[in-house]
Design a protein around this ligand. Sequence first.
Ligand code: GDP
Ligand code: CA
Length: 307
Amino acid sequence: MNVAVLCGGVGGARFVRGVVDVVEPREVTVVGNVGDDLEILGMHVSPDLDSVLYALAGLADETRGWGRADETWHALDTVAALGGETWFLLGDRDLGLHLARTQALREGEPLSSVTRRLAERLGVGTTLLPATDDRLRTWIATAIGELPFQEWFVARGHRDDVDGVRFEGADAATAAPGVVAALAAAELILLAPSNPYVSLGPILAVPEIRAALMSRRVPAVAVSPLIGGRAVKGPADRMLERLAGGTSPAHVAGCYGGLIDALVVDESDAHELDGLGDVRPIVTRTLMRDADARRRLAEAALGGVPA
Ligand code: GDP
Ligand code: CA
């Protein structure tokens, strides 16, 4: 069964691990967010693609929840000692990947091609594609002005309320090679329990990707990132409250107007299923606390497809 998954970083990566437990990994294509990408210390960092890569390669640090396991921080300590920029945390092992990617990009290789090579080298059988090879950057409007995504999220700990989100470059961006074909070949399209605004928003802002979803002939199923109206982690609940006016399943579904046929919602949100319109609710437990829970959530989203 061919499945395409649109996904952000940590929440998306957890979900994708569940999906490849249920579906043959080679039949899964992950379309990842690049709106969070940044240039830091001379390197191109793609945090969301790397979260997926590390998760699928079994290299992720499950305790910390991001980055690589067995990480050390000597390079960043040196940067700090020398008065360099250290607000964006980069471990030594992680840095190695950024160095390899940055050199390839400088030599003119598109991000999708670099990502494919990295995935192959790490033994990942699932196809991981950036939404676009073009420059696409998320900007966050706040009371203190418009901030680049990572300045808002990491440097300021996403404490500023969000008045709006803008995806620089999205209108002119074309989908990365393979993305439209993967969406067309998919028998099911999944939207991971990622932040609807800043993780899936940039992907859906690429015109060809949005058009592919709008004209789909197969079901598209999103998984809500909220449990009991609260984000498991991060600012998704505060953003929904402020930008959509609430945190019910209908408010989540509203972020994907016309793009989804079903929404997987947590049991704790099952009391407020009003306003979903044509979107069918699939109620289950959605907390991905371990491999079993991830797998069960993937099965629910896949409509009970057996292993
Ligand atoms: P980021 O790019 O690293 O911020 O990650 P994502 O956008 O992919 O994921 C962040 C979202 O994942 C947050 O809104 C969380 O609420 C959601 N999330 C994390 N873990 C879980 C989980 O176990 N279950 C559900 N339903 N959502 C989760
Ligand atoms: Ca992200």
